[in-house]
Design a binder for this molecule. Sequence first.
Ligand code: GLC
Length: 438
Amino acid sequence: MLMNDSLLEKAIAVLEENNRGEFTVPAANIYPHQWLWDSCFIAIGLRHLDANRAKAEIHHLLRGQWSNGMVPDKLFNSQTHRDAKLWQSNRSPFSPSDVATSGITQPPMIAEAVWQVGETLPKSERRIFFHSVFKQIVDYHMWLYRERDPHDDGMVVLVHPWESGTDNSPSWVEAMYANRIPFYVRVLASPIMSRAINFLRPDTKNIKAEERSELLVSLMNFAVLYRLRRKSYDSEKILLRSHFSIQDIGFLSILVRANDILGRIAKEIDEKLPDELINKAKMTKANLEKLWDDSSRSYFSRYFVTHHLIKTPSISSLLPLYSGAIPKERAGMLIDDIKVNYKTKYLLPSVPNSSSLFKPKRYWQGPVWINTNWLIIDGLKRYGEAELADRIAEDSVKLVKKSGTAEYFEPNTGEGLGADSFSWTAALVIDLLKRPKT
Ligand code: GLC
């Protein structure tokens, strides 16, 4: 086992290895671009090492912002990369001309990252930094409400699993199967074809297939992407006949918190949030409670069209703790849920091990992820559960000491899974070690 000092050195080296000058890639071998929430977590770690690099990470991310306000989940490292060619973001009149991006977003962690970076800056520098990003974050949140809230109730809708950041979690997989599966996807996922396709999959070249999503789910992700591309990433057209649109409990919890933080940023620089944004933010906060299910004592994502809750337990159901906006009593029930259902050697598995859908090695279906741990640690502290928060923080550090900065970890053996040298694991472990204990 490594000592804390050598762990820090290792984590810093990973962020250096993945440094591409103005931004940091999540992992060189499978994620060679800039990702939205990855960069936010990376900036949260970088602020302890090099505040200028942390600021640059955010500024570079915002270079990808579309003129309608959307911040895309990926900024491609070149306009000619095959992933850029796949997305063809220039089909939308709103995409930037000088950067190739995806056409969807990811959990709105930007306000949090900006706030955390600001905490390490002297006051005058902090104000300059906040000023430099404020309007762009407001425009982003306004885009979420203008284009993704067609019922005008603050319950922003996602149109692709990748927008949730937890794309292979059981609720998203269930939604995928509930969707019409195109004939060509069935053929490609059939036993005869699947061996060849698995061989060609870029995400299984370096990583065992059992640690990634199932082939059918992976192909469906592309089928949904093609549909969005055909509609030129126009939310109105996409939602008009939306087979696949979800109000994701994790995303909405992060949005609630991001709106609050944005309000704090505005205050610090004597700016005002638009009234429309203030009203919408209140709606999201209040309507989060519509995702509560009394019989399971839990929050869930729901289908946008039918309003049916997708009652499959996963770590996303705990993220309302991070929102900081839920009643104390319900927070207490979520904390009980952790104590009863999430009982692996290392906390927290991404699916409770009491669930029949718990798969300890498969991407978002059981392994521990350090970013969701970070969010839940924060939430637990807000609701006065410091002991459990500290236990999760200790487990996170132990995992990295044992198995390195893996993308995710087997929750009983602690084995590192997915990509090695994963940036947010490195960055957040730095943050956990450097921030004062409760
Ligand atoms: C995977 C994760 C997503 C992350 C991306 C880059 O797709 O599911 O949350 O942003 O990798 O690390």
